[in-house]
Design a protein around this ligand. Structure first.
Ligand SMILES: [Ca+2]
Length: 220
């Protein structure tokens, strides 16, 4: 194809559509993440889950690898050890840290289906959560969320933290499910709109290993 044609099309496109910034996540795939690599990470988890528990090492393995890599590590771990990884984590940790570590090991469809059910239970359906889960699904749903999806998620995060208290569930859900998709863009949108970095905002609202785990996902 002649180069001139391509350039012409691009110019025409730029004139008719808003500029689309490439979505970027904070968690990126490792090149050639093979069985050997998965075994090495599973070994780190196994050692870290023995007494004394090395929480930082566990957070490291689960936040430095993509979901596909994490599931590979989990498979390798479960083939060698009992109880299975998720059960071991559930036993070892509690509260919001446990919720985050387990969320990092769920396939999105399953994980978000769980949230959909939670949002529909109870006296009043949580429309905002339902809408957010829908928005996060596929690019085809983007028009329903307005053109600026990172700004939308930045606002959801802001609202989850503003005032007294924190909606930790929303914080965990958005940070975990956007980490490979567009969390870098959400961080930029947050800084632009609220004049504060997302990492600083999350630090003000969380503490301990829960904060360390979220910080490792945000990668400030
Ligand atoms: Ca708050």
């Amino acid at each position: 194809m002649p180069k001139g044609n391509d350039g012409g099309r691009k110019a025409k496109r730029a004139g008719t559509r808003p500029t689309i910034i490439a979505p970027r996540g904070t968690i990126r795939p490792h090149k050639g993440f093979d069985e050997e690599a998965a075994l090495a990470q599973a070994k780190i988890l196994r050692t870290a889950l023995q007494k004394p528990t090395n929480t930082n090492a566990i957070i490291g393995v689960l936040t430095k690898h993509t979901l596909e890599e994490r599931k590979y590590v989990e498979d390798v771990y479960n083939a060698q050890h009992s109880p299975p990884l998720q059960e071991a984590l559930r036993h070892e940790f509690c509260g919001h840290l446990r919720e985050t570590l387990l969320a990092l090991l769920q396939w999105p469809n399953q994980y978000l289906a769980g949230w959909t059910q939670r949002a529909m239970r109870g006296a009043s359906t949580d429309q905002k959560t339902l809408f957010e889960v829908l928005c996060g699904r596929e690019p085809a749903d983007l028009q329903d969320c307005g053109a600026d999806r990172p700004a939308y998620f930045a606002e959801r995060l802001y609202r989850a933290m503003r005032g007294l208290g924190t909606d930790e569930g929303t914080l965990i859900r958005i940070l975990v499910t956007r980490s490979e998709a567009d969390l870098e863009n959400i961080k930029e949108a947050y800084q632009r709109r609220y004049g504060k970095s997302l990492a600083d905002a999350v630090e003000d609202d969380t503490s301990g290993y829960f904060w360390r785990c979220l910080k490792a996902i945000i990668k400030p």
